[in-house]
Write a protein that binds this ligand. Structure first.
Ligand code: FES
Ligand SMILES: [Fe+2]
Length: 414
């Protein structure tokens, strides 16, 4: 994939990062070049914790889910002790991918090629006719770091993973009241956007584009830059009074961002008179996520964790988003709607009503991101400043990306 020697490409990217203008879009290469994409993979996607799915999807022994992270196929499985295990989904015999389905259930992991068979803890149990001297203990599946918090599963394919405890400490109090571990996926969809993963994020981090592109979403989602931005809403008296009330009923709500800007939680009110992202603004699910929250209007708990996920958690359901890069100019977006595990389709909820706002919004966002990519592909494209009023969230994302990358490139160059 690399046309230039990798260290030249890294040095060259580092100099572009150091020359970057503040609060200004990135240069074209960051969005189009195969070399830059490869560096993104190596410096971010192969080193950070990445959200990949939910505990409720792998609730029982042998339940597994698979995910492709750049060049790494990964499997996460619930073992016999109830713990989550992460493995490289690559057979230790001749490397075949072992599980090709996105979800499944298996008592043992059996490679389809020559049937080498692994236990759920990764030990190689059986390998036919490999001779007397073959030592099975040396060919267990290679582990991948896995951690879960509040119903969210994260993996990290690095040899040494960053400390996960700060993420756990930050997320747990916000998510605990919603009991997402007691949910099920009512519906999920994966789409591919022909746009660099950073363009998809930049679009997510502002609502400057909402009025012109999202007729369904703006019924309920406020086009308020204090929500997508980084001032957090502290200056907005309406948001401040909502926070005070929600915190008084046991729901942590105030804007809280990690020191490095990688993840943020905050609960925000939807438009007046609405409680949920539906076409009429009313709840989509009759059975709420938990009986302990009795108020229907608890706004929406928002979480982003770069580079893989943004989320909306309401009283009746949660909508979660997972972004994965496929190539310099293609990105996969998976959206899941979580409802109480005992909610019954056709009785407590209707899938069309539950999903229609975000299905439409995703498609509209796909279109604007693709058009953005086509325009950025042009050699005539030149970076311009972001709106200080509407695009502070984009500036924050790009600052996180550039600072994170610069630190890692500088560290690796030593
Ligand atoms: S590659 Fe898996 S058993 Fe041969
Ligand atoms: Fe959008």
């Amino acid at each position: 994939m690399n046309a230039r020697p990798v260290f030249n490409a890294r040095e060259e990217m580092l100099s572009r990062l150091r020359a970057r203008k503040p609060a200004t879009a990135l240069e074209r290469d960051f969005y189009v070049s195969p070399e830059d994409y490869q560096i993104d993979l190596e410096m971010i996607w192969y080193r950070d914790w990445l959200f990949i799915g939910h505990d409720c999807e792998v609730a029982k022994t042998g339940d597994y889910l698979t995910v492709q992270i750049g060049e790494y196929p990964v499997i996460v499985v619930r073992d016999r002790e109830g713990a989550l295990r992460g493995f490289h989904n690559s057979c230790r015999h001749r490397g075949s991918r072992i599980c090709s389905e996105e979800h499944g259930k298996a008592a043992r992991l059996v490679c389809p090629y020559h049937q080498w068979t692994y236990a759920l803890d990764g030990r190689l149990l059986a390998a036919r006719e490999m001779g007397e001297t073959f030592d099975k203990t040396q060919y267990g599946l290679k582990p991948v770091h896995v951690a879960s918090v509040a119903g969210y599963i994260f993996v990290c394919v690095a040899k040494v993973a960053p400390d996960f405890e700060p993420v756990r400490k930050h997320l747990e109090p916000y998510f605990a009241p919603h009991k997402l571990e007691n949910t099920k996926v009512a519906f999920e969809i994966t789409i591919v956007e022909n746009a660099n993963w950073k363009l998809v994020w930049e679009n997510n981090r502002e609502c400057y584009h909402c009025a012109g592109n999202h007729p369904e979403l703006i019924i309920t989602f406020p086009e308020d830059p204090t929500i997508t931005g980084v001032d957090g809403g502290f200056s907005n008296p309406h948001i401040a009074s909502k926070w005070k009330h929600w915190e008084s009923i046991g729901l942590p709500s105030k804007f809280h961002i990690s020191d490095d800007g990688q993840y943020r939680t905050a609960r925000y009110p939807l438009n007046p008179g609405t409680t949920c992202y539906t076409m009429d603004g009313k709840a989509a699910v009759a059975r709420p996520l938990t009986d302990t929250i009795t108020e229907p209007d608890i706004g929406s708990l928002l979480l982003f964790h770069f580079p893989t996920t943004w989320n909306h958690i309401m009283a009746d359901h949660a909508t979660t988003f997972r972004l994965l890069p496929l190539s310099p100019t293609t990105t996969q977006l998976t959206t899941k709607w979580l409802v109480h595990k005992d909610a019954v389709e056709g009785v407590d909820y209707d899938v069309k009503r539950l999903t229609e706002v975000w299905l439409a919004t995703n498609d509209e966002d796909r279109r604007v991101c693709q058009e953005n990519q086509i325009g950025v592909n042009s050699p005539a494209y030149a970076p311009a400043p972001y709106s200080t009023i509407h695009e502070a969230g984009v500036t924050q994302f790009v600052d996180w990306y550039a600072t994170h990358l610069e630190e890692r490139l500088t560290e690796d160059a030593k």
